[in-house]
Ligand binder design. Sequence first.
Ligand SMILES: Nc1nc2c(ncn2[C@@H]2O[C@H](COP(=O)(O)OP(=O)(O)OP(=O)(O)O)[C@@H](O)[C@H]2O)c(=O)[nH]1
Length: 300
Amino acid sequence: MNTTSTPDNFRCGYIAIVGRPNVGKSTLMNQLIGAKVSITSRKAQTTRHRITGIQTLDDAQFIYVDTPGFQTRHSNALNNTLNKTVTNTLVSADVILYLIEAGTFGPADQQVIDLLPPDVPVILVINKADRVKDKAALMPFAQNVASKFSFAAIVPVSAKLRFQLDALQNEIKRFMPENPPVFGPDDITDRSEKFLASEIVREKLFRLVGDELPYTSTVMIEKFEQEGDLRRIFAVILVERDTQKSMVIGNKGARLKEVSTQARLDMEKLFGGPVYLEIWVKVRSGWADNEAGLRAYGYE
Ligand SMILES: Nc1nc2c(ncn2[C@@H]2O[C@H](COP(=O)(O)OP(=O)(O)OP(=O)(O)O)[C@@H](O)[C@H]2O)c(=O)[nH]1
């Protein structure tokens, strides 16, 4: 018996987004749900946690699961943990979006294909289609990639320009099971504000400090207090060496100040109220190679 106003044939499902680092997974999820819950950056390997973005329409609820970029270049405890997360995310999904970049297919893309489970529908999403001048060239490229796996559908998109995202959403809906919604109609993420705050600081850090900073640097929120509308947030950026600490702080603290200002503005937009943000930089060496250390920082 249906006791709520949910239509009988409502669809609800989990959608995993996978692809090698930097193909645009976070950008795609943010554009699909229309809010910034996953961080994006020009630097590869910025997404470390599983992030859920939720979109609810009249007839369907899409629950997106973002996965860390599959890492093959470096091998340490952190990367092994990341790859395990990818595999676990995939087998429990109803639909998988496998992302590649238009015109590019390399060994790292193949390695992600090798992780795809055979019994979950996989949509081949060819992202960054805006970069391809000769659209006719996309066809043979798509056919070539399609020969490598039995995809349920193929959709070229531009996550950045929102090109073909409706078409993609319709394809996704076809493969979602009939289920009542899991989340409320206004929820966009099941992540806490504290978690989102740390992701925002990390995004600014990678954007502003750039390639010199190793991806093992991390952000912790030491205190998160709310007083009426005001949120007071105390964050720590953990780096591995003193030289990295000075890089983050910058000349007379200019860089850290910029990270802090930009992060605060994003938080105020996302939380819908004023934010007081304080960020400290601390050095802690070797944590990325230590499994126990990883657990302590919440990477299971
Ligand atoms: N031209 C173009 N650039 C895009 C598009 N989608 C994403 N990008 C850019 O590609 C870069 C990487 O995007 P992300 O969304 O961070 O990629 P990701 O796959 O989540 O990366 P990891 O977190 O490293 O796994 C950013 O600079 C984006 O702006 C697109 O459709 N067109």
